[in-house]
Structure formats: structure tokens, C-alpha cells
Design a protein around this ligand. Structure first.
Ligand code: WT7
Length: 571
């Protein structure tokens, strides 16, 4: 399908000629824009905040924050002062040192960002946690990374199993709580802390953020990114998000996920761009209102959100002034052509799809404002990054052949480690040359990439990545469950929903109450988004002779497809 390009005057965009710029581009050109390329001294918080506070952008708005209760504005200068205070607070109430892991487990608020960047100023590795996580999920992450500290709120505090985490020395609490041994009341001290702080200078390979994410087997794994990721986060802000000095940018992702760090704050602030953070839950009214109130010009969201907005109806769109929007983007799951079409109708903007992963640290395959969009395609690789479709041996496949979506090892924002698990890290790479994404795709004759599905069993539900193994393990802990198999079931709004097939222990009878009880059990232990929306009882689940649940067969049952080769199935 040929579609004409977004109207774009050549030269107006940072990436104005994709082919030409890709051919000649070298990342060292971007490095030169940072002083660390000469001094060797790097720190994300300096580049994202202090650098602007010491420039003409001093009084420019860095952050517009809004939720049901608060509506606040902070300039880059104010952000510098508040993050210095946060750094002093963290430093004076703990023995945290450069490279130590500190987690942030709280809903969005200005303090979350003060503390996140305060921690970065100290040279700590920040582990963001989504506020929906429950005790089991928190424990796994803090235990695996040997976390020394966590920042949370009084409401979320009970979910932190401190007794089982002997190395977790200091808990910083934002909100009324009162202090006790190892519990520090952030709001009591923050405003009296000094607003001067000498940032800890780091090496470009030192740690930045540790995001836990799911695979198809095993517990969630800790994906570590280095300070150097900023090179690609900065440059894609220009090429893909098309940042200009006057933009008001809104990324809807929570910082508990990689989009919310890399593109919620790092990329815009590295570029000195004003960022909107909206707290609270998804609501079509509040979202459109935010675009109108702040005059949002660039909006980065996800297919599930767009589909839910679509479901809220076009009449609602007309109640708001959304005329400031000039660039709309999406990430996280396949962006259906219908949604692109809807976006063009109601916002008069084509939604630009972008593809990347927690492990890639920044955008990799994208649609650019100056390039024609083929609805349904993820676009083309970011200049300076080589993506290809390879077979299982690592041979590049010709156009229009489906295979593994792979990236040539060594792009700037590539993960640097899987925490505590070098084997897992190595298992991502083929012939020490290709990073294999786990997605299948093909590239057409014009070089556009088309997503086809996951190669493994990883589930993408409402843009959130859930490992079936984790859910299955949790289901098995329920006293009534004997066997469990979990799959992603296609869903028109959420992309996929989690569906569990469950065999009960002897003497247990299927019932609606039991379904609800099992759902609640997973929800309480892991997180609401990890709880199966559907549970179906079976007498027995299909297993291999070695006892592995055959999710492929469950999926075939669900979709009414042929079950394929069953030679490894037990009798
Ligand atoms: C998986 C990565 C960092 C972005 C948020 C998700 C799926 C991501 C697209 C897209 C189709 C997409 C892939 C990928 N995905 N973007 N544009 N079209 N699928 O990060 O949680 O690490 O998940 O999300 O399956 O492997 P994540």
C-alpha cells in the first residue's frame, strides 16, 4: 500500500533525507555534542537537567506535572535545585555509593522525578518499579539485584518484604509516615536539604537504569543500561520525535517501563524540551484535556491507549482543542492500520509507529516525519543502526521473507548486562553478531519492516510485557491448581489478553468463585496486569514427555487451529 508522506518541507526536520543521512551517519558526530566526549566525565542528570539550568534554557519549563490534586510547573533551574536537594537527602540518610541499586516504587509525582535524578546525580543505578507490582514481584527484583534502598509511599510500603531482604538497608518514604529505624520521611527533609550538590562523575559505560522485563521462561530479568545510552536517546529525540525548541511533549508511559524513562524524561530533557507528566489513571477526558491545557505538540503513546480513545468515540475529540498537536507516535505493540486511519481522521495526524524493546534502550525501527508511512509497517531502522531479518543460523534473508528480527550488535543504547545472568545475556546473540529480538518480521523491497508476531510465548497485553512462565508459576502456588498453562489470546483493544488453562487438583470442582479466587491470587502476588482475564478449566493439559506444558497446543485450541506436530507430547 503506497501512502504519500506527511506534508513536510525539506530541511524542517532533523531527519530530512533518510537515505542520504543514513548513508553518511556516524555516532561520533553525536558524541561531540556532549562535553564528556572530551572530559570523559558523564552523568545523565547533568546532561538532562544541570546543563540546561546553566544555559539560556535556565528559566524554560522542564516539567509540567498534573494529576487530580496537583498542578505544578518546574523550570530547568528549579529541577536542578530540587534534584540537588534530593541527592543530598539520599546521601545524608544512607551509605549508598556509586553503582548501588536503588529502586523507585511509587506513582508518578514531581518527587518521583526529583528523587530519580537525585539518585542519578549520586551515581546510583535506578530500578524503576511499576506501582501495580505486588509483594512477590517486588521481592524478586530487589533480591536479584541486591538492592540497598527503595523509595516508596506509605500506601505501597506494606508490599515491600523487608524481612526477607536483609541487604535492603534504607527505605525512603514520600508521604506522611513518621520515621523509624531505616525509614526516612522524604518530605520532612527535602526542602531543608542544600540545593547545591556536586554530581558524581561517571564513565560512559557505568550503569544508568535497571529495568526488569519478562521472557518466555524464568523469572523477570534485569536489563542494565549504561550512561552511554544517552547518545541514541538524544538523537532519536531529534530524528523520530522531531523535537524543536518550542515543543511541548507528552509521553504517556509510566517510568516503571522503559518508555517512561528513556522517552518520558531522558530523551526530551537531553534535548532541553518541555515535558508533560500526567499522573493518575487513563481517562479519555483527562487525556484530551491535558493536550488542550498544555498545548501539547508531540504526543507519544501506545496502540492500546489509541484503541481505547477510539472506543470513547469521535464526538469526544471534538469537545477539545487539539489543534496544537503536530506529531503523534506509538510504541509497544502492533499499530493497526485502522488506528492509523482513525488518527488521520480525528487528529488530522498520521500516527507514527516506532519499534524497540527494553533491551534496545532506545528506538530502533521507526517512521520519521519526512518519510512516507505505510500503515501497518514499523518503518525503517534508525540511521547508524543496522536491523535485518535473519534465519536461525544468522544469515540475512532477502526482502519479503519472514524470519527473526535482528539488530547488529553494538548500537549505542544496547543493554550492557542481564543482571546476575551472563548466560542469559549471551543467549540473545547469534554468532556474536546479531541481537535476536524474539520478534518475527519481514522487510519489504523498499526497506520497511513489518511485524509478524513473537517467536516465543511472551505476551504483550495493553503494551505490557508478561512472561507466561511467571504467571504459570504463580498459578501453581494456588492450592486448587495442579497444572497451568498461560497464553496470549488476541483481543481487539488490548492486543492480547492473558488466558490461563488450569487443571485442578483432585477433589476441586470448577466454579465461578474459584476462577475469581485464582485471579485475585495472581493479582495480589504479582500485579493486576499479570492476572489472567480468562481462566478455562481442563482435566489435563497437553505436555511434552519431559513434562513441559505445550503452550503452542493451548493456543491452537484457543484459536481453533491445527495443533501441528504432536510427536513430543506425552500419551
Ligand atoms: C516487545 C518489547 C520499548 C517499547 C515498549 C515495549 C513489542 C514494541 C512494537 C511495535 C509491534 C512492538 C515487540 C517487542 N513491540 N513495539 N511498534 N509493533 N510490536 O517494550 O516491554 O521490552 O516489549 O514489544 O514484541 O519485542 P518491551
Amino acid at each position: 500500500m503506497k501512502v504519500e508522506a506527511l506534508p513536510a518541507k525539506p530541511g524542517e526536520h532533523h531527519l530530512h533525507n533518510y537515505e542520504e543521512q543514513s548513508a553518511s551517519f556516524d555516532w561520533s558526530e553525536v558524541e561531540k555534542e556532549f562535553s564528556w566526549s572530551k572530559t570523559g566525565k558523564i552523568n545523565m542528570a547533568h546532561e538532562a537537567i544541570d546543563r540546561h539550568a546553566e544555559s539560556d534554557r535556565k528559566n524554560k519549563v522542564a516539567l509540567y506535572y498534573k494529576d487530580q490534586h496537583r498542578h505544578e510547573t518546574y523550570t530547568f533551574y528549579e529541577m536542578k535545585r530540587m534534584t540537588n536537594r534530593a541527592a543530598n537527602l539520599l546521601k545524608s540518610h544512607s551509605d549508598l555509593e556509586k553503582g548501588d541499586r536503588i529502586f523507585i516504587f511509587m506513582p508518578r509525582s514531581p518527587e518521583l522525578y526529583f528523587l530519580m535524578f537525585g539518585a542519578l546525580k549520586m551515581g546510583l543505578i535506578v530500578g524503576p518499579l511499576f506501582e501495580a507490582f505486588m509483594e512477590g514481584a517486588i521481592y524478586d527484583r530487589l533480591d536479584d539485584s541486591d538492592a540497598k534502598s527503595i523509595i516508596t509511599t506509605p500506601e505501597l510500603l506494606p508490599r515491600i518484604p523487608k524481612d526477607r531482604l536483609p541487604n535492603l538497608k534504607t527505605i525512603f518514604i514520600v508521604g506522611e509516615e513518621g520515621e523509624s529505624e531505616g525509614h526516612i520521611d522524604v518530605l520532612k527533609h527535602l526542602h531543608s536539604c542544600s540545593d547545591k550538590f556536586d554530581v558524581e562523575w561517571l564513565d560512559k559505560e557505568d550503569g544508568l537504569v535497571l529495568h526488569y522485563t519478562s521472557g518466555s521462561t524464568g523469572k523477570p530479568k534485569g536489563v542494565l543500561h549504561a550512561q552511554y545510552a544517552m547518545v541514541q536517546q538524544y538523537q532519536t529525540g531529534k530524528w523520530v520525535l522531531d523535537f524543536q525548541e518550542q515543543d511541548i511533549y507528552w509521553c504517556t508511559a509510566d517510568p516503571g517501563w522503559v518508555t517512561g524513562t528513556a522517552y518520558g524524561v531522558f530523551s526530551p530533557w537531553l534535548n532541553g524540551v518541555t515535558t508533560v507528566i500526567l499522573g493518575g489513571r487513563f481517562s479519555p477526558d483527562a487525556w484530551y484535556q491535558a493536550i488542550e491545557d498544555f498545548g501539547v505538540t508531540i504526543w507519544y503513546s501506545a496502540p492500546t491507549a489509541f484503541r481505547m480513545l477510539m472506543g470513547a468515540g469521535d464526538a469526544l475529540v471534538k469537545e477539545y482543542d487539539l489543534s496544537t498537536l503536530r506529531h503523534v507516535l506509538s510504541v509497544g505493540e502492533p499499530l493497526n492500520p485502522e488506528v492509523v486511519k482513525w488518527g488521520a481522521q480525528v487528529f488530522d495526524k498520521r500516527i507514527h509507529d516506532t519499534w524497540w524493546m527494553t533491551e534496545t534502550g532506545a528506538q530502533v525501527i521507526c517512521n520519521y516525519p519526512s518519510m512516507a508511512i505505510k500503515p501497518g509497517s514499523m518503518g525503517k531502522p534508525v540511521p547508524g543502526v543496522k536491523a535485518a531479518i535473519v534465519d536461525d543460523q544468522g544469515n540475512e534473508l532477502p526482502p519479503n521473507q519472514m524470519g527473526n528480527l535482528a539488530i547488529k550488535k553494538g548500537w549505542p543504547s544496547m543493554m550492557r548486562q542481564i543482571w546476575n545472568n551472563p548466560q542469559k545475556y549471551d543467549s540473545y546473540f547469534l554468532n556474536d553478531e546479531w541481537y535476536v529480538s524474539g520478534d518475527s518480521a519481514y522487510m519489504d523491497e523498499d526497506g520497511y519492516f513489518w511485524f509478524q508476531g513473537r517467536v516465543d510465548d511472551v505476551i504483550m497485553t495493553s503494551g505490557e510485557r508478561v512472561g507466561p512462565f511467571e504467571v504459570e508459576s504463580k498459578l501453581l502456588e494456588h492450592p486448587a491448581v495442579a497444572e497451568a498453562g498461560v497464553i496470549g489470546k488476541p483481543d481487539p483493544v488490548r492486543g492480547e489478553i492473558i488466558k490461563a488453562f488450569v487443571a485442578l487438583v483432585e477433589g476441586q470442582e470448577p466454579s465461578d468463585e474459584l476462577i475469581e479466587d485464582i485471579r485475585q491470587f495472581v493479582k495480589k502476588e504479582l500485579a493486576a496486569h499479570a492476572a489472567p482475564r480468562e481462566i478455562e478449566f481442563k482435566d489435563k493439559l497437553p505436555k511434552t514427555r519431559s513434562g513441559k506444558i505445550m503452550r503452542r497446543v493451548l493456543k491452537a485450541w484457543e484459536l481453533d487451529l491445527p495443533t501441528g506436530d504432536l510427536s513430543t507430547m506425552e500419551d
